[in-house]
Design a protein around this ligand. Sequence first.
Ligand code: PLP
Length: 388
Amino acid sequence: MHFDTEVVHGGQHPDKLHRAISPPIYQTSTFAFEDADQGARLFKREEKGHIYTRLSNPTIDLLARKVARLESAEAGLLFSSGLSAIFNTIVTLVKSGEEIVSDDTIYGGTFALLKNIIPRLGIGVKFIDATDYDRLKNEITEKTKLLFIETPANPTLKIIDISACAEIAKQKKIPLCVDNTFATPYLQRPIEHGANIVVHSATKYLGGHGDIIGGVVVGAKEFIERLWDDAKEIGACNSPFNAWLILRGLKTLTVRMDKHCSNAMKIAEFLTGHPQVERVYYPGLKDHPGFDIARRQMSQFGGMLGFDLKGGKEAGKRVMNSVKLCTIAVSLGDVDTLIEHPASMTHSTYSDEELKKCGINPGYVRVSVGIENPDDLIDDLKQALAKI
Ligand SMILES: Cc1ncc(COP(=O)(O)O)c(C=O)c1O
């Protein structure tokens, strides 16, 4: 099946009891055993079945299987948030005394997790520029147990060559984990480029409507079983209703993404020619340093972009305070257009030096382009830029 058919039908069948097209929401904490012996068999894993929703639930499992299928992975697991998905992946793979190598440009929350919390568990973290492939090779040591990247990266849309990283990870015999939140499996499937694990903030494009928090991890069946074994004790589960909302969002993933991408390209082109704009960051622009790699590993360039203004931070503030249709808010991947200032908001966990090192300028403004009419969005930005 083609991807746009997969998102609608993949893994989903009318329910056996009433032939409902929409999957049932199994809104239950626990599941009744036929008798005491069956309960014991389920706990011993001698029989397959559901016990308790922190361990598994039919609506949640359906979603996890669906995302795995879309990502060309064997299996998946749903988490309470994207950060929970990343945290649980780390604790399943890396233990005290070992270390992680991560690209330096990542979501500010992930950065705080890696910088402040993971080291408390005795796990070392090295942040490096993963597009420096020679350095990457040298930084991965015997102690390194995970290579982590985001591409396109939040917030600068930095592009990293997944195949090149996968090759290095393979040589070093460690897994490569890619945060695919910005691209979604419609635009980029890291496992097809050699990655081992893919994580998502399902809060974003997978859900698509800004009404839930969730995270997903997909990968090999053996790894997902280990992850499940740990996650069920950590209590990182999500709710059946959230899983259902993500399932519903996924049905329109391809039509939403097509619109996000075409709108973003039009806005990037508009901003490129604007006299107040210093630089536009969008991987679909030919002068973006990652354009060739993005063209190779993505089918379209996504719905996220950013820009620096000639007037710096004050001008950026003026634009954010002047937009009428766009909303000043963090998060991304919603049908609504959202605008924010990474240095003081999503990436305020970075110090000034860390921001500088990653090229997140003080005046940089990030836009999650929605699915509104692009002319209305351009008009809104035009009137806001005129206020500088
Ligand atoms: C790329 C990326 N990964 C992970 C996360 C964390 O996801 P959540 O907010 O669902 O925990 C975010 C949140 O913005 C993100 O942008």
